[in-house]
Ligand binder design. Structure first.
Ligand SMILES: [Zn+2]
Length: 126
């Protein structure tokens, strides 16, 4: 399994904890937090963030289910503890950091996520 350096996994702990806090509270605030986080591109990289609008929309769709997000966030946090954060749960490739910045609790890379939404994702038996 491809692994993200631990030093690169740790910075995601804070945003994940923040999301967890928000889903425990009011969902409108979570939406706000995600929009803010998504807009935090570093000036010149703003254009690249535009390409992520698709995943951002997906993410906003997920907000309707706070419990589901809570589960994803807790799993992501435990993966950081295990040093396994940042790898796609399906194909085990690294999830691009850009995607993790927008969606820190992403379980899959974009291609696998798309398959999952179509119900075509096959998880490796482990
Ligand atoms: Zn994948």
């Amino acid at each position: 399994m491809a692994k993200l350096l631990k030093s690169k996994q740790k910075p995601f702990k804070a945003p994940l904890l923040a999301i967890l806090k928000k889903v425990g509270g009011k969902l409108e605030h979570l939406e706000e937090a995600i929009l803010l986080a998504a807009g935090e591109g570093k000036g010149s990289e703003a254009d690249e963030f535009g390409a992520d609008s698709y995943s951002r929309e997906q993410q906003l769709g997920l907000i309707e289910n706070g419990d589901e997000i809570k589960g994803f966030v807790i799993e992501a946090l435990s993966r950081i503890n295990d040093g396994a954060f940042g790898s796609c749960l399906a194909c085990e490739k690294l999830i691009p950091l850009k995607r993790l910045e927008v969606l820190p609790y992403a379980q899959y890379c974009v291609p696998c996520q798309e398959l999952d939404e179509k119900g075509e994702l096959q998880l490796n038996e482990s």
